[in-house]
Design a protein around this ligand. Structure first.
Ligand code: SF4
Ligand code: SF4
Length: 417
């Protein structure tokens, strides 16, 4: 694609990066076929090719309007288009560059600004988020359906809860996260128990809470960079002392973002090297477990007697498209004796997408209901996923329990012990 970027951006690092990405797009439109918003709305501007064109126009200095904002806001940043694109177009980076320009040029209404500001301030802070969820749970019976379904049911910690303190020579760090400890506290606890069986001690480090993804996606770039630096500052001493062999992510949304630290902080001379090292040492929990075979398979084989529950797995976009991790969770669940029911259109987003379910509730609900229909089609006994956002979003519309897959592995190992 030919480009003529405007003076305001063409000689900046962002301009040069955007120019290279735009030139790599051959405008073939293959990506539209796997774009959830294009499939729902059927509008060229609600597909990746149209959005790329809108961003190109903007960076070439043409007027930026509410129409640009509407179509860019509707993008889930699910990155399904990147998985499909034969030319390897780095859509999400182009989108980030374009969205930053759009935020400066197109004002938002007072209500929209208030909503986004509330999300930016409250979600990453556990001391604000946790009591807010508790109040919502108390008021749930009084809320209208549309609001009530957004309030998660109280979460329990199974099998004793808490990270197991057992010491092992091998040690890994897990991100505590911001909303996960309130909404799904059993996820990290289950991961710690499973790794303990494999002779790995899992610790959380105080000070490393929100990875920065939430604020990054809400266009609070400086705040997001501060969140990322805080995580690095908390983790770095553990690395320097040589006490950890890697960082384990139990929410694929956070994992995808921490893996981007290297790119997002590459111009920060104080943090670039540290960010690159941490990104390189970051792994999804499924990768960590897959690397522990054959010991894990041995344990699972011993635990399989009399099992066979049917489960449907929703692979989050942040797992399959952003981190390109495909088939690992499915293989682990199968090895643990679960029967995986088939899921049509498994590449499609469930509509959770960070804060999308709050900023774009109508589209998010349509995507969720489509996803649940696909998951339920194989008559599973429960649904599993790999990201707390997807877990809560799917649970809000499902009668079946929706759980993190590591909990199933944990329970299987526990039953055999
Ligand atoms: S992003 Fe890729 S698939 Fe989409 S139009 Fe451009 S080259 Fe084609
Ligand atoms: S990121 Fe997802 S929603 Fe956005 S253009 Fe690509 S496929 Fe469509």
């Amino acid at each position: 694609m030919q480009t003529h970027l405007a003076d305001f951006i063409k000689d900046t690092p962002a301009g040069r990066e955007a120019d290279a990405i735009l030139r790599s797009c051959v405008h073939c439109g293959f990506c539209n076929a796997t774009c959830p918003t294009f499939q729902l709305l059927g509008d060229e501007l609600d597909g990746p090719r149209g959005r790329i064109y809108l961003i190109k126009e903007m960076l070439e200095g043409q007027p930026v309007t509410a129409r640009t904002q509407l179509h860019l806001d509707r993008c889930l940043t699910c990155r399904a288009c990147e998985s499909t694109c034969p030319s390897g177009v780095n859509y999400h980076r182009l989108y980030e560059i374009g969205r930053a320009v759009m935020e400066q040029r197109v004002p938002r209404s007072l209500a929209a600004r208030a909503k986004r500001s509330l999300l930016r301030e409250a979600l990453p802070r556990r001391w604000m988020f946790k009591p807010a969820v508790r109040i919502g749970q108390l008021l749930r019976p009084l809320l209208p359906d549309m609001l009530a379904e957004k309030v998660p049911m109280p979460a329990g910690t199974r099998l004793g809860g808490g990270l197991r303190p057992a010491a092992h020579p091998r040690r890994m760090v897990v991100l505590a996260g911001c909303v996960q400890p309130t909404l799904a506290p059993n996820t990290n606890a289950a991961t710690a128990r499973v790794l303990d069986r494999l002779g790995i001690e899992l610790i959380e480090v105080a000070g490393a809470a929100c990875c920065g993804a939430l604020r990054h996606h809400l266009d609070a770039r400086e705040q997001a960079l501060d969140d990322m630096r805080r995580v690095i500052d908390a983790w770095w001493p553990e690395l320097e002392r040589g006490r950890v062999e890697g960082f384990v992510m139990t929410a694929s949304g956070c994992g995808g973002h921490v893996r981007e630290y290297a790119a997002l902080l590459k111009h920060d001379s104080a943090y670039a090297d540290k960010a690159a090292r941490i990104s390189a040492m970051t792994h999804d929990a499924s990768e960590v477990l897959a690397a522990e075979q054959p010991r894990l398979l041995e344990l699972l084989r011993a635990a399989r007697a009399g099992v066979g529950e049917r489960v449907a797995f929703h692979s989050p976009c942040s797992l399959q498209h952003a981190q390109k991790i495909r088939g690992l969770v499915e293989a682990l669940l199968t090895a643990a004796g679960y029967q995986l029911s088939p899921v049509a259109d498994a590449h499609l987003c469930c509509g959770s997408a960070g804060t999308y379910s709050i900023t774009q509730p109508v589209l998010a609900r349509q995507l969720r209901d489509q996803k649940l229909a696909a998951l339920d089609a194989g008559s599973p006994a429960l649904l599993v996923t790999a990201n707390v956002g997807c877990q809560m979003h799917l649970q809000s519309g499902s009668q079946l329990p929706v759980r993190h897959w590591i909990e199933l592995i944990d329970e299987r190992l526990h039953a055999a012990s």
